[in-house]
Design a binder for this molecule. Structure first.
Ligand code: ATP
Ligand code: MN
Ligand code: MN
Length: 308
């Protein structure tokens, strides 16, 4: 085991310096999760979450009055934003409003202070805007799809990504589905990564049309799983690993080991309340090796089903 990667052998969570106003404000009223409770959660998971949120453009789902109130999806900086939050300029929009980014836990606390209850990063960093460092396949079950079918779809995506030379990881969405993500060495640009993701989704839909669809056409979705590949285009986002969801239950998007997929762990199983216990019990973070597993996308690689 690599030193410092075990969940159990780390020191206390890092200290935070951002002052929270109204720390007792209930963000998830039915679950008793307050602004301070959210800050405590993020301090606990920060060492695992950091690689997925630091130095990336972020879109936020903000809910100033908690999840029962108004929600707005925000990708541009605003006046009064906490100074610990970084502003970044999209090089393709030199005259546009700055985008939001963070560099450290204080930045994340600035987002908590701003009632950002969901954090949605780009799949690229501000060090290399044009070349994604991860691919995310978002599995969206239509009505009436059994959970086991979503798990089967995740394994299928896993196999196809592995066939392309990538190392896939899986997480709950904290909503209804699963996300299968693979780290990339930034090399291929957005159009190439999108084309790869599209061909993977279309190959699955072509091979198993009774199970999968690759396009968002509601009529076609009932009983099927949308293999949503559109997270993989410039400016698109997917919810961050460890981010909370602004939905009842205070679920989070939780990294899993592949062997954990099963009937017990549903898409919203892990929450702000039970993650601390999970971290204490886990031998190691199932996504600890995510960055180290990065591989450049080989555009010649195959996404099809048949193997020789
Ligand atoms: P679920 O499992 O319930 O589908 P999800 O997070 O995957 O949860 P999706 O609706 O599939 O939800 O959306 C996938 C991603 O697309 C989101 O995580 C978010 O980053 C992005 N997204 C969703 N809605 C919007 C929106 N209104 N504007 C911009 N991006 C969005
Ligand atoms: Mn989804
Ligand atoms: Mn989707």
């Amino acid at each position: 085991k690599v030193a410092g990667k075990d969940a159990s052998d780390q020191g206390p969570p890092p200290r935070r310096t951002v002052r929270l106003t109204h720390p007792d404000r209930l963000y998830w009223p039915d679950d008793g999760v307050t602004k301070e409770g959210l800050a405590d959660y993020y301090a606990d998971v920060w060492r695992y979450m950091a690689p997925f949120v630091v130095g990336r453009p972020l879109a936020l789902l903000r809910c100033p009055n908690g999840i029962a109130g108004e929600k707005f999806f925000q990708k541009h900086a605003w006046k009064g934003l906490n100074p610990k939050v970084a502003l970044v300029q999209d090089p393709k929009e030199p005259d546009g409003a700055p985008l939001i980014s963070i560099n450290d836990l204080d930045g994340l606390m600035g987002l908590v202070q701003s009632a950002a209850l969901e954090i949605h990063p780009w799949g690229a960093t501000v060090a290399d805007w044009e070349r994604p460092d991860m691919i995310v396949m978002d599995l969206d079950p239509g009505e009436g799809v059994a959970w086991q079918a979503v798990i089967d779809a995740a394994h299928e995506v896993r196999r196809r990504l592995a066939d392309a030379g990538l190392e896939p990881f899986v997480k709950t969405s904290g909503g209804k589905g699963l996300h299968v993500a693979a780290p990339l060495k930034p090399a291929a640009t957005w159009p190439a990564v999108k084309a790869f993701a599209k061909s993977l989704a279309e190959a699955m839909a072509a091979d198993s049309p009774e199970l999968y669809v690759a396009t968002i056409t509601k009529a076609k979705r009932r009983g099927k799983i949308l293999i949503d590949y559109l997270r993989n285009q410039r400016g698109a986002t997917a919810v961050a690993a460890w981010s909370t969801r602004a939905r009842p239950g205070a679920a989070v998007s939780a990294p899993l080991g592949w062997d954990e997929l099963g009937p017990e762990i549903g898409p919203a199983y892990f929450t702000v309340s039970n993650i601390p216990g999970r971290l204490a019990a886990l031998a190691s973070d199932p996504w600890a090796d995510f960055r180290a597993a990065a591989t450049p996308l080989d555009m010649e690689s195959r996404t099809g089903k048949t193997r020789g």
